[in-house]
Design a protein around this ligand. Structure first.
Ligand SMILES: Nc1ncnc2c1ncn2[C@@H]1O[C@H](COP(=O)(O)OP(=O)(O)OP(=O)(O)O)[C@@H](O)[C@H]1O
Length: 334
């Protein structure tokens, strides 16, 4: 166990540590980790913070996993390590999504879709390698090569709600750190699935315990932690905007987090007049998601950014921008 004196530093000690980090560490101990989504990085003052807990929430199917995986890939591509704790998705499914994302970025609308890539990779009637299976798909080999470039730095931990607790997350982060020599970014998909041993507590308490543990982990390791969060029932109604208070265990979560970002379907949150006066807008808005930075301990909050969805290629456009339309919490018509 860490002694009290090991945990306590004078300002001169901290000055020395910062000086050393700034002189030597460069990329490996960076304080700011760009997400690779330029509009978001501008809003967050450069990116996610080492030592900071960021929450990502949104209704089911809005694209949280797609966004978090793309962000993890961007970080790994920039040369840093990432551990993705996946409670919901099989690692091979994440690999398929990454190949699809790379193909989409390489060939845009001419790229094969996620379904096509999945079909080719899951075909049990042949026994051929991944290379051979992707060889005939447009940009298939190039997409695989793109994944291989960062594959060693992007780690997927198959997590389960019955066994993966904060200790397992910490141990895994330490192992990756030791093996790679780099502080990793952690992605937890998703927070309420992290196992909390001991007597059963309610949702609010459990979320608070996990959020506090992840926050401590991020501070102790100087690493950014991005955790996805599920909503309670109120927040998932179509036509209603999800806000911080809709998160399961919201008060504890909002207290612990340094930043809270919430995704909503753009169609669900634009003011009615944008839909009434131009009917073509409705179709357009379905293609976009709005990411709101609701809390930001390191800078400005209340920022609404929009990102174009290409879910058939398992990706968002990396170019987002500020939303210009008026947004509302409740639109009282379907
Ligand atoms: N091949 C595909 N073509 C088009 N859309 C797809 C395809 N596969 C998945 N999707 C959609 O992509 C969206 C984003 O999926 P993602 O897993 O990122 O959502 P999520 O917000 O993490 O959802 P959940 O809360 O269920 O985990 C979903 O709405 C899903 O229906």
């Amino acid at each position: 166990m860490t002694s009290v004196m090991e945990q306590t530093s004078s300002i001169s000690g901290i000055l020395e540590q910062s000086d050393e980090r700034l002189r030597n560490a460069g990329e490996s101990l960076a304080r700011v980790w760009p997400t690779g989504f330029a509009a978001l990085d501008r809003s967050l003052g450069g990116g996610l913070r080492g030592g900071g807990l960021t929450l990502l929430a949104g209704p089911q199917g809005v694209g949280k996993t797609t966004f978090a995986l793309q962000l993890a890939r961007n970080v790994a591509r920039s040369g840093k390590s990432v551990v993705y704790f996946s409670f919901e998705h099989d690692p091979e499914d994440l690999l398929t999504r990454l190949i699809s994302l790379e193909a989409g970025e390489l060939l845009s609308s001419r790229a094969p879709g996620l379904e096509q890539i999945r079909t080719v990779l899951e075909d049990c009637s042949v026994s051929t390698s991944i290379e051979e299976r992707l060889a005939d798909l447009p940009s298939g080999p190039e997409a695989l090569a793109a994944v291989r470039e960062y594959a060693d730095r992007l780690h997927v931990h198959r997590a389960t709600g019955t066994s993966t607790d904060l200790t397992e997350i910490q141990n895994t982060a330490e192992q990756v750190w030791q093996a790679s020599g780099q502080v990793p970014m952690l992605v937890v998909d998703y927070l309420q699935k992290v196992n909390v041993p001991g007597p059963q507590t309610n949702d609010e308490e459990r979320s608070g315990i996990v959020a506090e543990g992840l926050k401590d982990l991020s501070i102790d390791g100087g690493m950014p932690v991005l955790a996805m969060v599920a909503s309670d029932r109120d927040g998932i109604t179509s036509g209603r905007r999800m806000r911080v208070h809709h998160l399961r265990g919201s008060s504890a979560l909002a207290y612990e987090a340094d930043a809270v970002m919430i995704f909503n379907q753009k169609y669900d949150v634009v003011a009615r007049h944008h839909l009434v006066y131009d009917v073509t807008n409705a179709e357009k808005y379905h293609q976009w998601a709005v990411l709101t930075v609701e809390k930001n301990r390191f800078g400005q909050d209340g920022i609404n950014l929009e990102f174009r969805k290409y879910f058939h290629q398992s990706r968002f456009s990396p170019d987002g921008s500020q939303v210009t339309e008026q947004l509302v919490d409740d639109r009282l018509f379907a």
